[in-house]
Design a protein around this ligand. Structure first.
Ligand code: UDP
Length: 443
């Protein structure tokens, strides 16, 4: 009988629209992992919090893979820093739903620290193994914030160009202490933690705990979705200049994404004076939420730096258009100050577009400097500007790095390959928990 998996992602709805407030890499990861494991014979239910009364309570992604939305707390968007108090209700709702649907699971895979708490409650109550993926580590995130780190390090270019002080790094949220404690307990207690890069493994060991089991399984991307269209066709379909110089950013509006460094680099690069030069910033936001405030801050910087003729904001890029934008660009820039993995970089590489990334976190692992893209120190606009000029000025280099990026993604970062590694990990845990019981899915 097929083994059965409960993926838990309290705040990252796998069936949600991607590219807005708190909907990014984690949502993509959970859904892609769930679907790929279902293709390998697992029966997968992905549990998330119900946030919108207009959303269906269940969404099927395939015959053996669905999203289940549980009512825990008010049915509205709640920022993740205020979700902890609703977790006991999530646990209760999960138990009620599984009892009502007569579903039993062999294994729980939780995502992000909030879900790790839910997973630990359920795994203990049911006596089944738990795997956890952090997606972001509090000790790293708060460490960066405490130091002021790269986030507060203003670039001389930006400083002089704007002549204004930037808002101080936001204070630590009230939930920080609890998060650090839960993250530590999770590492020490669950059957296996999945680190998505060697850097994340090192961070877990040095900043969270030396105890517990960690295994590296990277994130992936859909190699059939990306990389199927060439640059000229993509530009034509998007109505972009066939001869223009184009750099692209894709992602949420979040301070750690380093967009101000990107803008400073655009202002400083030699191609700034090329009339065909464009920078596209793709990603949406929700009115009144924190990403909306960040988008407005970035748009104000564009005005201050007089980049209005160069920088274009697309809003959230629709799923069907995303492969076109990646393919159309000469380079995709990921200027983050902290990036646990960084799906955007592998999506761009899968599209044969070389990346210019900050040398941090998962990006230092997925991008081979000088082979599949260029890595620059985080927060250093001049280095980023030089890297952009290099790729924009040398099409042969751009194409060589782009082709090598595609090869690297095919070899190491396909979702099918990721699911195969997770499958092996899960099965090794089931062997040591033979009491796991199986039941057919009720479709
Ligand atoms: N994304 C999207 N549309 C957008 C902006 C982003 O689909 O307009 C997707 C992007 O393709 C990627 C994810 O959101 O799959 C972002 O993941 P990443 O790991 O780069 O960042 P995170 O959101 O986890 O910080």
């Amino acid at each position: 009988m097929s083994p059965s998996l409960a993926l838990i992602s309290v705040h990252g709805d796998p069936a949600a629209e991607i590219g807005r407030e708190e909907a990014g890499g984690q949502n993509v990861y959970v859904r892609a992992v769930g679907e790929a494991l279902a293709r390998r014979g697992w029966r997968v239910d992905m549990f998330t919090r119900w946030v919108n009364p207009a959303d269906d309570r269940e969404v099927w992604h395939g015959p053996h893979c669905r999203t289940v939305r549980l009512a825990a707390g008010p049915v509205e968007f709640i920022p993740r820093d205020r979700l902890f108090e609703h977790l006991p209700a999530f646990v209760d709702q999960w138990l009620a739903w599984t009892a009502q649907h007569r579903r039993r699971y062999d294994l729980i895979h939780s995502n992000y620290w909030l879900s790790s708490w839910v997973g630990m409650e359920l795994a203990a109550a049911l006596g089944i193994p738990q795997v956890h993926t952090y997606h972001s580590i509090g000790a790293v995130k708060y460490g960066t914030a405490l130091e002021g780190g790269a986030i507060a390090a203003l670039d001389p270019v930006l400083d002089s160009a704007s002549g204004q002080a930037f808002p101080a790094t936001p204070a630590l949220p009230a939930v920080a202490q609890r998060r650090l404690a839960v993250e530590r307990r999770c590492l020490e207690r669950v059957n296996c933690v999945v680190a998505t890069s060697p850097q994340e493994m090192r961070d877990l060991r040095s900043l969270v705990s030396a105890a517990g089991t960690v295994q590296i399984v990277p994130c992936g991307t859909d190699i059939e979705r990306f990389g199927q269209v060439d640059r000229a066709t993509a530009r034509q379909r998007l109505g972009l200049d066939p001869q223009g110089k184009l750099v692209l950013y894709v992602g949420r509006f979040d301070r750690r994404k380093g967009l101000e460094t990107f803008l400073a680099a655009i202002a400083a690069c030699q191609h700034r004076s090329d009339p065909t030069f464009r920078a596209i910033i793709g990603g949406g936001s929700r009115p009144g939420q924190s990403d909306d405030a960040e988008q407005r801050r970035i748009q104000a910087l564009v005005a201050v730096l007089e980049l209005g003729d160069v920088v274009q904001f697309t809003g959230r890029i629709r799923d069907g258009d995303l492969p076109l934008y990646y393919a159309a660009a000469d380079a995709c820039v990921v200027p983050s100050y902290y990036e646990p993995f960084g799906l955007v970089a592998v999506e761009a590489m899968a599209s044969r577009t070389p990346v210019i990334v900050s040398d941090v976190g998962g990006l230092s692992y997925s991008v081979l400097d000088g082979e599949t893209g260029l890595r620059v120190p985080p927060g250093e606009a001049i280095a980023l500007a030089k890297a952009m000029d290099t790729l924009l000025g040398e099409p042969a280099l751009r194409d060589r790095l782009g082709a090598a990026g595609r090869d690297r993604v095919e070899q190491h970062f396909s979702w099918a390959g990721v699911a195969e590694q997770l499958d092996h990990l899960y099965r090794s845990l089931l062997v040591s928990h033979p009491e796991g019981t199986l039941e057919p899915v009720q479709a």
